[in-house]
Structures are given as structure tokens and as C-alpha cells.
Design a protein around this ligand. Structure first.
Ligand SMILES: Nc1ncnc2c1ncn2[C@@H]1O[C@H](COP(=O)(O)OP(=O)(O)OP(=O)(O)O)[C@@H](O)[C@H]1O
Ligand SMILES: [Mg+2]
Length: 399
């Protein structure tokens, strides 16, 4: 889908001032990464977290993202989150948001016999499944690896979509985790078949299950990309005033586009998997499905990856992150919390200024980490400064 500059102009209204926001009032971490124990009282506007390298800036933002998403965006191994040599960790936040303030808790516990780390989630002190937390405190994390969204590998682009779906589309979360599990089982079987073992009969049932969950996920992602496309075009315009037309398209690996209905998408994936079964056995892996799909970015009708300049690619990335902010806001009905880890220094002063101005105008709570003192904070009514040193956070006394 593409949006021309005229449409962008028409749609380019500022984010509604006074829109309700979601803000973390208090964050507590215990034995989380390099924090033995810390409680931080955050402001509703801009929170600047300053510190030298390797002090715990990213770990603090990771704690918030892990709590909001119930999984770390940085590691798939929960054990990495526990302070070294500890068996339990906690991240907890008091979240102010309409219609009601809420306390979210995430605990990690190592089982002494198996060594496995499990997670327990609670809302207002009562145990609740992880899905009850997702979307309660919408967050947008923007960190250096996002800068490779256009030129990097497709896994970063898939993650970009899945993090949004996790916070906005509860059924997709269930399909996503079941898809992941059946993909693992199916790949293990294909690997065995390749080596001459395994039961070929089991492949059919794995294939049907994979197609069922894969179709749901493919359709959800494809619809999400359609919703993000005009928001990204609008954001590109707001950020740089550039006249280029940006378009986003979900690019499945096995068909030109995902059919609109889940049933048709399931049949299409099923047909492909059946046709390619021998090739899959020969290669010992699943060759089609959402784990291999991609997102195509075009700028003025050309693939951005091959033709856009570095600066243009960076503008597209920023536009996509702002589209994520706007989409979450529209869906959740509150302005999401913005976590900017180390990215401001990667942007030129003009883009940096525009990004902060847009976030201030949208009344977002923003947490920014930086190794250099941040001086341009114009637009934010409330600014708090913190210093992080070896897992200890202190609020700076500033006028
Ligand atoms: N599970 C853990 N237990 C204890 N320390 C950890 C754990 N995981 C990471 N660390 C340490 O935490 C420290 C701070 O990491 P973090 O990524 O937050 O640094 P940072 O302040 O963001 O630095 P930079 O400016 O380089 O990005 C690192 O020295 C890292 O080795
Ligand atoms: Mg860092």
C-alpha cells in the first residue's frame, strides 16, 4: 500500500494534545541483570538516564520492556536476566493509565533440581497469566539494532511486527507460541527423516498444525503492515518533510501476498508445504511459513534496501518506529511509554530534535539513555535526570 504526498498532507495533523498516556510511576528491580536492588520513581515526561558504558542503562530499559512484553526483547534465555549467581529476579512497576492504575509484577525463579528458569506474572499482586499483562502498559523500544530494520536480515523485520502484535492482538500471541513449538517439532522430525530415521506419518499432522497457526499469524502480520503503511508515510513526512513516497508490504516467502481470509491462507500454506515436502526432507527444515516471511520497504516505488541512501534508510526506520507508536496509541487508547536506548546519538541534530518534539507533543513518557549529557530537551514540560553507576540509580539534583 502506498500513500501519496497529498494524502500525507491531509492526514498530517499533530497527535491530539491531551490524549491519555500510560506512564510508569515507580519501577522496582531485584536481582535483575546487574541490579541487586533498585527503585526508581520516574517522571511523566522525559526521563534522561545518563551513565558510562556498562553501568546498567540498557538493563533498566530492558526491565521495563521485559515487564511490558513479559519476555525480554534482548535474550530468549530467561536465566540471562538473573543477577549472576542468584536464583530469582523481579521486575515490578506501578503504572498510571486510564481507566485504572495498575501494578505489574514479573518474577523469575530458578528450579533448583532442573536449573530451568520459569516466570510468574501478577497484576495488582494477584497471579495472572502473562497474556493479562500484555498491552496493559504499551511500550515502544527503540535501540541501535532497530537502525538495521531496512538493511538488516528479515528476522529484525519479523520481530518488529511480532512485538506490536504481542501488545495489540491477544489471539496472535497464542498462535505465535504454538507456531513456534510445532515448527521446532516439525524441524526436528525433518532432520531425523533426512538422516533416514523418524516417522514420516507424523509429518502430516505437524504440517496441518503448522499451516493452521502459520496462516493466522501470516494474516495478522499482513493486516498489521497494511495499517502501519499509511502511518509510516505520515511519520516520514512529519519527521523530515521529505516528499518521498514510502510503502510497506508484507512479503511472504511462498506466495505473492497472503490471502485475506485465514482459511484461504491456511490452504495456500498447506499446498506449498505438501508440494515441497521432499525438498524439506532433503534439507531437514521447514521451508515456508511466517518464520521465513519478510517485509518489503519501497521508496518511490524502488526497493529501499537496494536503492535508498543511508540517510533515507534511517528516515524510513524512524518513520516505522513512529508508526509503531501511533498504531499502539490508536489500538490501546493511551500514549505508549517510549524507551530510547542509545539511539539519539545515532541521529543527526535535526532528526533528533524532530523526534523529541513529536514525542513531547504526543505527551509520551519517554526514557532516554545516554552516555553524553543530553541538552536538547525542549518541548518537554517535565524532565528528570538520573545517573546510573554499577547498578545503582540516583536522581540528579537539577533546577
Ligand atoms: N545477569 C547479569 N548479572 C550481572 N550483570 C550482568 C548481567 N547481565 C549483564 N550484566 C552486566 O551489566 C552491565 C551493564 O549492562 P548494560 O547493557 O545495561 O550497560 P549500559 O549501561 O547500557 O552500557 P552501554 O553504554 O555500553 O550500552 C554489563 O557490564 C553487563 O556485563
Ligand atoms: Mg546500553
Amino acid at each position: 500500500m502506498s500513500v501519496d504526498a497529498q494524502a500525507v498532507d491531509a492526514a498530517s495533523e499533530p497527535v491530539e494534545v491531551g490524549a491519555p498516556r500510560c506512564a510508569i510511576v515507580r519501577l522496582r528491580v531485584h536481582c535483575f541483570r546487574n541490579y541487586p536492588e533498585a527503585t526508581v520513581h520516574l517522571g511523566p515526561g522525559l526521563n534522561v538516564i545518563h551513565g558510562q558504558n556498562a553501568q546498567g542503562k540498557t538493563n533498566l530499559l530492558e526491565a521495563i520492556a521485559t515487564l511490558a512484553l513479559t519476555r525480554s526483547p534482548r535474550t530468549t534465555t530467561s536465566a540471562d536476566l538473573l543477577l549472576w549467581n542468584e536464583d530469582a529476579a523481579l521486575a515490578e512497576a506501578d503504572v498510571a493509565r486510564p481507566p485504572a492504575d495498575v501494578t505489574l509484577t514479573l518474577r523469575f525463579q530458578r528450579d533448583p533440581s532442573t536449573g530451568r528458569v520459569s516466570r510468574v506474572t501478577a497484576v495488582d499482586g494477584k497471579p495472572r497469566p502473562a497474556r493479562a499483562i500484555l498491552g496493559v502498559c504499551p511500550v515502544v523500544l527503540f535501540w541501535p539494532e532497530d537502525l538495521a530494520l531496512v538493511r538488516g536480515g528479515p528476522d529484525g523485520r519479523r520481530r518488529f511486527l511480532d512485538v506490536i502484535l504481542a501488545q495489540t492482538d491477544p489471539p496472535s500471541v497464542a498462535h505465535m507460541s504454538r507456531y513456534r513449538r510445532v515448527l521446532e517439532q516439525r524441524n526436528a522430525l525433518l532432520h531425523q527423516l533426512r538422516l533416514g530415521g523418524g516417522a514420516r506419518d507424523s509429518l502430516n499432522s505437524f504440517t496441518s498444525e503448522l499451516a493452521q497457526h502459520g496462516a493466522w499469524l501470516g494474516v495478522a502480520r499482513s493486516r498489521l503492515v497494511e495499517s502501519l503503511a499509511p502511518l509510516a508515510a505520515l511519520s516520514l513526512h512529519d519527521l523530515s518533510g521529505e516528499r518521498e513516497r514510502i510503502s510497506l508490504r508484507y512479503a511472504p516467502v511462498h506466495v505473492a501476498s497472503i490471502p485475506e481470509s485465514v482459511e484461504a491462507a491456511e490452504q495456500s500454506l498447506l499446498d506449498t508445504l505438501r508440494q515441497r515436502a521432499s525438498e524439506e526432507v532433503a534439507r531437514g527444515m521447514t521451508l515456508a511459513g511466517p518464520h521465513r516471511d519478510d517485509v518489503a520497504f519501497d521508496l518511490d516505488g524502488r526497493a529501499a534496501r537496494g536503492s535508498a541512501s543511508q540517510g533515507q534508510q534511517r528516515s524510513i526506520v524512524l518513520a516505522c518506529k513512529l508508526a509503531e507508536v501511533r498504531y499502539l496509541q490508536d489500538t490501546a487508547g493511551v500514549a505508549p511509554v517510549i524507551l530510547l536506548d542509545d539511539v539519539l546519538s545515532e541521529l543527526d541534530p535535526e532528526r533528533r530534535g524532530r523526534l523529541l518534539a513529536l514525542l513531547a507533543e504526543g505527551r509520551h513518557q519517554v526514557l532516554v539513555t545516554t552516555t553524553e549529557p543530553l541538552t536538547e530537551v525542549a518541548g518537554f514540560a517535565d524532565v528528570l535526570h538520573f545517573t546510573v553507576r554499577s547498578g545503582v540509580v540516583t536522581q540528579d539534583e537539577r533546577p
